[in-house]
Design a protein around this ligand. Sequence first.
Ligand SMILES: Nc1ncnc2c1ncn2[C@@H]1O[C@H](COP(=O)(O)OP(=O)(O)OP(=O)(O)O)[C@@H](O)[C@H]1O
Length: 583
Amino acid sequence: MATSRRLAKLGSYLRPHWRDAALGVGALFTVNGLGVYIPLLIRSAVDRLSSEFTINQVLGYIVPVVCLTSAMWLIRMASRIWLFGVGRQVEFDLKQNIFEHLLRLEPSYFATNTAGDLISRATSDVDNIRRLLGFAVLSLANTFFAYTLTLPIMLSINVDLTLASLTVYPLMFLLVHLYSEKLRNQQARVQEKISDISGLIQEDVSGMALIKIYAQEDNERRAFAEKNQRLLGANLELARTRNTIFPLIGGLASVSSLIIIWLGATKIADGSLSVGNFVTLLIYVERLVFPTALLGFTITAYQRGEVSIDRIEAILSTQPKIADELNAIHLAPENVKGKITARNFSFSYPQRNTLVLDNINFEIEPGETISIVGAIGSGKTTLANSLPRLLDIAPGQLFLDGIDITKIAIADLRGAIAYVPQDSFLFSTTIRNNIRYADPLAEIQEVEAASKSAQIHPEIMNFPATYETIVGERGITLSGGQRQRTALARAMLVDAPVLILDDALSSVDNQTATAILRNISGGTTRKTVIFITHQLSAAAAADRIFVMDKGQIVQIGTHMDLVQKPGLYRTLWSQHQVEELLH
Ligand SMILES: Nc1ncnc2c1ncn2[C@@H]1O[C@H](COP(=O)(O)OP(=O)(O)OP(=O)(O)O)[C@@H](O)[C@H]1O
């Protein structure tokens, strides 16, 4: 991103908080104005007191200097509160924007961007921008005012001495210019390495059981040490560059004072400079040393911030691929009948040329229960993910109640479809909150009814705190089957007209799976149920069965029809019967 665009971005982050920023900068202006005035008082004191010295005169100078210095201290404090506050506000806004933006992005985005990298951008990079907008703005404004207010007065006192003291500055700016590109690149490398390490920690913590099962602790330790070493290398490289340039800047600024002392002394000796003016110039140059030396830190903060702006904007500028059309159709779930149609539906994943779904056609009537069976990788999950538009599908291929699903408002489409994916993810909260996730105000009776439909209620009643039992992270305190049925209860509570179960009962025995399917597809208000499964005895209970092979629906029919015809279903059924016998 070009520097001008980065500055425009910074401006846009600051805009909502311009009042505080302006107050902070205004306070710095006042402080620097007072800072310029105090040496003038001292000059007058030095010149007057050298001719007549009384205690009253001394006090007449000391009291205003003390009062002004105290006022400066208070105003400087206020400027810090305002400007650092702006940094914190921007940090809050950015975190909020990033999180809200991530919620709008489609699942495939998270397949290509690791959680560790996203976390590092939302925390460490946001922190860099906070520092840039708090500390760097403060120190830059301070340096700017220090120079613009001090230099004219210095020039009015003595042009030669002032210009001589400034001779080191071109050298200083050349130094900064030469090193800035290098510093920015090294900073970017550090941020990348931080992301790498966050990614590894995040992945290893999630996959800890796997690491232990395969006894891969040593390999993981080595992989971590390698990444940590790279981060250390990047940090040391950056520190070397910084530690070369910043003391040089500070040192060059101090050379200005030496120039004033050296040339000033000769000017006092030849009578062309009063002692008062000499002292004043010396104080002014000293006053400039600190803001100038701070420039180094300001540059670091700026460069860190620059890299971080790019990294954060990479998230914020990613347009969601799956979004509502301008005139999206709104559908209330209670008005949805649940008819699902596919017409010549084909799909391929980005970066893959082959069709994963190849010219699929079907009609599912409202209230019908359909089982989808087929070989591993035949496209069942892809079909299930397409219906609630978790995948970016082309228009005119899938329809809900005859309406193209790409024309329906996404929230309404997803509100009409309850979906239990293969991975029955549970949050680290109570079972009750997990079940009523989609309806946090649901009463316990509704939660219990949903659990009864999912055949998990008796087991929950046996947990130590029944529905208030806390589920460990990702539900590790529950068995696989319990997790699956809790996830199913969550979908049952929604009471949507369409229910999709993607291999969601694989850890439940065949009889229970069949009973659950009968339970959810029966009743007075029948839902349209799509039941993807490898459990053929449960699948057989459906009204119709779709058999998938290599991205196509190769057979459609009832269990009785399909077992009588030669084809994939009969083969799968025979295999299933052999497995049942061997069991
Ligand atoms: N995100 C993805 N990116 C690229 N290819 C994918 C992605 N997800 C699935 N595939 C591929 O699409 C094909 C169909 O996968 P899908 O998960 O739909 O099959 P499935 O029938 O549900 O399999 P299973 O019975 O194992 O769940 C497979 O070849 C798979 O490798």
